[in-house]
Ligand binder design. Structure first.
Ligand SMILES: NC(=O)c1ccc[n+]([C@@H]2O[C@H](COP(=O)([O-])OP(=O)(O)OC[C@H]3O[C@@H](n4cnc5c(N)ncnc54)[C@H](OP(=O)(O)O)[C@@H]3O)[C@@H](O)[C@H]2O)c1
Length: 241
């Protein structure tokens, strides 16, 4: 049996592709989700990867959920912080609720999950942590002050923890996808997709979740022990950071 991996938001989209790719590498994988029971049940039926439901925004739920995963599979050696949401609005219309929901999930959720595996990884002198940020955390985006702030925060968090984890054998890296073909993209009107978004992407298409998964598989492999604190852009050439 390979390493034990936990993927947040692993029931759909990019996270599902990551969970499947890690399982294909021989990892024992746990995938979490926030509320969509139907999607999670379908994912488990199709992949045999067990899913666990809790909100990454709730510290105690993360602590209890990780304890359950570890009782089922063993100590978490690979953590992929993938769960994320958008609540877009131009800033003058953005409500405090839209701000807090996004920060609580995308940034505090990363703290909540990482904090609850960090001690074990330090003790065992091994860990791989990859957080899924976004191109919009690198460059900002109209109507996404909340989302861009959360995703930029993830980058600073990662660079700091990389320094703290280095001597303990823990690597901490970040992947910044561009526009990827998932349900998150389905909220974008077709006209905006064809006339605004696709023309910005030099490769001329959206990325696929499986392409993000291959990058995560590499970053979480034993072979990637010298790569830490890195920000990997995977955006089809849209933004060269
Ligand atoms: N799609 C893109 O183009 C794109 C680009 C750049 C970055 N990203 C980032 O990549 C990650 C995955 O995006 P995606 O497009 O694959 O998203 P998605 O298809 O909307 O899936 C999101 C996943 O996160 C889970 N989730 C949401 N809120 C949660 C919470 N509070 N606690 C636990 N799980 C929660 C969802 O669970 P439920 O099914 O229960 O809701 C689902 O499994 C996100 O962090 C996103 O910001 C995406």
């Amino acid at each position: 049996m390979g390493r034990v991996a936990l993927v947040t938001g692993g029931s759909r989209g990019i996270g599902a592709a990551i969970a499947k790719a890690l399982a294909a590498e021989g990892c024992a994988v746990a995938a979490t989700y926030g509320g969509n029971d139907e999607a999670a049940a379908k994912f488990t039926a199709e992949t045999s990867i067990k899913t666990y439901k809790w909100s990454v925004g709730d510290y105690d739920a993360c602590k209890d959920g990780i304890a359950q995963v570890e009782a089922d599979l063993g100590p978490v050696e690979i953590l992929v912080n993938n769960a994320g949401i958008t609540r877009d609005a131009p800033f003058h219309k953005m409500s405090p609720q839209q701000w807090h929901e996004v920060i609580d999930t995308n940034l505090t959720g990363v703290f909540n999950m990482t904090h609850n595996v960090w001690g074990g990884m330090r003790e065992r002198k091994f860990g791989r942590i990859v957080t899924i940020s976004s191109i919009n955390g690198q460059k900002g985006q109209f109507a996404q002050a909340n989302y861009a702030a959360s995703k930029a925060g993830d980058i600073g968090f990662t660079k700091s923890l990389a320094q703290e984890g280095a001597r303990a054998g823990i690597t901490v890296n970040i992947l910044c996808p561009g526009y990827i073909n998932t349900e998150m993209m389905s909220t974008i009107p077709e006209k905006v997709m064809n006339e605004v978004i696709l023309p910005q992407i030099p490769v001329g298409r959206l990325g696929e979740p499986e392409e993000m998964a291959r990058a995560v598989v590499f970053l979480t492999s034993d072979d990637a022990g010298f790569i830490t604190g890195s920000t990997i852009s995977a955006n089809g050439g849209q933004y060269l950071a």
